[in-house]
Write a protein that binds this ligand. Structure first.
Ligand SMILES: [Zn+2]
Length: 479
C-alpha cells in the first residue's frame, strides 16, 4: 500500500485595521453599515477619479513584513492593475502588487501539537484593495460595494505544511501575531482574515510537487481544517482509483461540510497585470522605515520563552499568559507589583483572572481590577491577612466597584481571624455539638478533619485562618 503525504500552502488575505480605506477617505470598517452606504466615487471606480495611497497601509504592511522576518522589505515597490471582470469589482480591475511587492521571503515559526516547531516560509507579501461582496439570496444576487477599497495584505506561504492540523496551527499563530502587533483584528467570521488552501498529495518521501487544488471560502479555523482533511482524502481516493487530480478550485460548503467544484483554476496570465498608471511608486525611505519599526514589539513566541526563562514558569503557563499582548503585559505588571514568587501570580491569573476575562469578554487591560490591585490581593492572601476564599471574592468586588482592595478589606471587616482566643471557643462549641463525628474521628476516621474545618470556616463566614483552625482542632480532638 502506498503511503501519502499532503503538501499544503496557504494564501491568506488580511484586512488591515486602518481607519480609512486604501485609496479614499471612506471608513475601512463598515461591518455594521447598511449595504452601499460607505462608498464614494474613488472606491466605486467612477470615471475621472484618482486614488491616493493611505500611508497607514504601508506602515502596517512593513510592520507585518518585519514580524514575519521578511528577507527583503522593498525600498521601492509598485502598484499594479489586476484585470478581471466580476460584478462586485466595479472598476473591472483590482489594484494590487505583482512583481515588485512590498516584501518577499520570511517565515513564521509554528509550534505544532506534537511539541515540534515548524518553520513555515513566506513566499510573498503584498498590498492590495478588497473587492465588494456578492450576497446570494434565493434566486437573486445583491452587490454590496462597502468593502471595495478596504486595505488587504495578501500573504502566500511556501508549501511547507503537511496536514490539516498543521494548517490550522499556522492560522492560529498568524492570527495571534496579527493581533499582537496591532495590524488587524483578524476575526475570520468577519472576513478580516481569509484563508485559501492549496492542497496536493504525493508519495511519502518524494519531493515532487503534484497538481494542486485550491480551497476557497472557509470562514473559520475549524472549517479550514475540515476542508483540507476532506480534500486530502478525496485526492487519495482519486489517485488510488487510477485517476489524476485536476487543478480545480473548490468551495467549502459549511452547511453540508462538503467541497464543491467552483471552476477550473485561472492562471496568472489571465489577469493581464500592468503598472497602475494613477499611482506613484511606493518609496520607503530609511527614516520612515525606522520610524515604523520602532513600534515592532517583542513577538509572542519570544515573549513566551522569556516568561519561561525570567519567571521560571512552565511552558503551559507561559503559553496561556502570552496568548494576547494585553494579557502578557498584565501579567508582567502584576508580577512586578507583587514582587514575590511569579508562579503564584500565574496561578491567580490562570485560575481566576482568566475566568473573569472569559465571562466579561474584556481584555486584561480593560479590567477595573488593575495589576496593582491584583498584586495587593495576592499579597494579602500570602501574608495571611485574608483567606484565599476572601481573596477570590475580593477580585469580583474590586472588578465591580473599581475600589482599592485594602480599603474594602478594612471597610467590610474581611481581615482573617488568626487570633487563637477568638477561634478556640468556636471550635469547642462545634465539637460539643457533634459528639458522633468526634467519636468517629477518634475511632480512626481522620478524614473528618476536613469536615470540621469546613464547619468552622462556614461559621466564621470564611474569615477564620484555616491553618490555625486545623491546629486547634487537632489539638482538641486528641484529648
Ligand atoms: Zn471611498
Amino acid at each position: 500500500m502506498t503511503e501519502y503525504e499532503a503538501v499544503i500552502g496557504l494564501e491568506t488575505h488580511i484586512q488591515l485595521n486602518t481607519n480609512s480605506k486604501i485609496f479614499c477617505s471612506c471608513k475601512a470598517d463598515s461591518w455594521n453599515d447598511p449595504p452601499n452606504t460607505n462608498i464614494c466615487p474613488v472606491c466605486t471606480g467612477l470615471p475621472g477619479v484618482l486614488p491616493v495611497l493611505n500611508r497607514k497601509v504601508v506602515e502596517k504592511a512593513v510592520l507585518l513584513a518585519a514580524a514575519m522576518h521578511a528577507e527583503k522589505i522593498a525600498p521601492v515597490s509598485y502598484m499594479d492593475r489586476k484585470n478581471y471582470f466580476y460584478p462586485d469589482l466595479p472598476k473591472g480591475y483590482q489594484i494590487s502588487q505583482y512583481d515588485c511587492s512590498i516584501a518577499k521571503g520570511g517565515y513564521l515559526d509554528v509550534p505544532m501539537p506534537d511539541g515540534e516547531m515548524r518553520r513555515v516560509r513566506i513566499h510573498k507579501l503584498h498590498i492590495e484593495e478588497d473587492a465588494g461582496k456578492t450576497v446570494r439570496q434565493r434566486d437573486r444576487r445583491w452587490i454590496d460595494f462597502n468593502r471595495c477599497g478596504v486595505p488587504l495584505i495578501e500573504m502566500v506561504t511556501e508549501p511547507d505544511l503537511r496536514s490539516a492540523d498543521e494548517a490550522a496551527q499556522y492560522v492560529i499563530r498568524l492570527r495571534q501575531l496579527l493581533r499582537w502587533i496591532g495590524v488587524s483584528e483578524a476575526d475570520m467570521e468577519r472576513g478580516q482574515l481569509r484563508c485559501d488552501g492549496n492542497v496536493s498529495i504525493r508519495e511519502k518521501g518524494s519531493t515532487v510537487l503534484n497538481t494542486k487544488t485550491e480551497i476557497k471560502n472557509v470562514n473559520s479555523i475549524e472549517n479550514l481544517r475540515d476542508a483540507i482533511a476532506a480534500e486530502i482524502a478525496r485526492q487519495i481516493r482519486t489517485v488510488e482509483a487510477g485517476d489524476s487530480v485536476k487543478p480545480w478550485t473548490l468551495d467549502w460548503d459549511d452547511s453540508t461540510n462538503t467541497l464543491r467544484k467552483m471552476r477550473s483554476k485561472e492562471t496568472e496570465a489571465d489577469y493581464h497585470y500592468f503598472r497602475e498608471p494613477d499611482l506613484l511608486p511606493v518609496v520607503l525611505e530609511d527614516a520612515w522605515r525606522e520610524d515604523i519599526l520602532k513600534d515592532l514589539p517583542e513577538l509572542p513566541l519570544d515573549c513566551r520563552q522569556r516568561f519561561m526563562d525570567t519567571y521560571d514558569l512552565p511552558q503551559y503557563d507561559a503559553e496561556i499568559l502570552t496568548e494576547d499582548r494585553s494579557r502578557s503585559e498584565y501579567y508582567e505588571k502584576t508580577a512586578a507589583a507583587f514582587g514575590g514568587d511569579p508562579k503564584i501570580v500565574s496561578n491567580w491569573m490562570m485560575n481566576d483572572v482568566l475566568r473573569m476575562l472569559r465571562d466579561s469578554g474584556k481584555s486584561a487591560g480593560e479590567l477595573k481590577l488593575s495589576p496593582e490591585y491584583l498584586a495587593l490581593i495576592i499579597r494579602a492572601v500570602v501574608d495571611n491577612q485574608i483567606t484565599s476564599n476572601t481573596g477570590k471574592d475580593l477580585l469580583e468586588k474590586v472588578e465591580e466597584s473599581g475600589r482599592n482592595p485594602e480599603e474594602i478589606i478594612k471597610a467590610d471587616g474581611l481581615a482573617q481571624v488568626s487570633d487563637d482566643s477568638a477561634l478556640r471557643p468556636v471550635v469547642e462549641a462545634l465539637l460539643a455539638a457533634n459528639p458522633e463525628q468526634v467519636e468517629a474521628y477518634r475511632g480512626g476516621k481522620e478524614t473528618l478533619i476536613g469536615w470540621f474545618v469546613g464547619q468552622v470556616m462556614r461559621e466564621s463566614r470564611g474569615k477564620a485562618n484555616p491553618q490555625l483552625v486545623r491546629e486547634i482542632l487537632e489539638e482538641l480532638l486528641k484529648e
